[in-house]
Ligand binder design. Structure first.
Ligand SMILES: Cc1cc2nc3c(=O)[nH]c(=O)nc-3n(C[C@H](O)[C@H](O)[C@H](O)COP(=O)(O)OP(=O)(O)OC[C@H]3O[C@@H](n4cnc5c(N)ncnc54)[C@H](O)[C@@H]3O)c2cc1C
Length: 115
């Protein structure tokens, strides 16, 4: 493989951007493709995080692991339409907040957010 670029690390977007995993739906791309590609990435990262053998990256696995961690996240919105996205069944854990008091515990009691 030959990589052609005018700038290399540490001067690319990838060098400075955070790497939070979440499928972003692009209106130009069918949702099923976005989900398929996103889950492929998720499965790769999960296997890496679990220390599974991945032939393609075995030589640089230790370096990759330095920048990888599994963490939980919370998405809060007053629009409930994004709830239960197509990928929710395919990740380790997806939970919806059902009780307003759960939001209160998280400090959203005066923000107008609804569950
Ligand atoms: C602040 C910020 C936060 C982000 N957070 C997240 C996040 O949490 N999760 C997430 O998934 N994504 C996030 N992103 C988006 C993500 O960082 C990018 O989608 C990703 O880094 C793009 O990778 P890339 O390899 O395609 O592009 P780049 O890392 O930008 O690399 C592009 C390469 O192409 C070269 N190049 C470009 N044009 C030419 C040309 N005309 N001729 C020769 N070479 C060229 C550049 O020099 C560079 O080497 C974030 C982005 C930003 C800016």
């Amino acid at each position: 493989m030959t990589i052609v670029a005018d700038k290399f690390s540490p001067n690319t977007t990838s060098d400075i951007a955070a790497g939070w995993w979440e499928p972003h739906l692009d209106p130009e791309t069918p949702d099923e493709l976005t989900v398929k590609w996103s889950i492929q990435t998720y499965s790769f990262l999960l296997a890496l995080w679990r220390g599974e053998f991945i032939q393609e990256v075995e030589e640089i696995k230790e370096d990759l692991l330095k920048g990888l961690s599994m963490t939980s996240g919370l998405f809060v919105d007053d629009d409930i339409s994004p709830c239960k996205p197509a990928w929710s069944e395919q990740v380790l854990s997806y939970t919806e907040i059902k009780e307003p008091k759960q939001l209160t515990k998280l400090g959203f009691e005066n923000s107008g957010f609804k569950s």
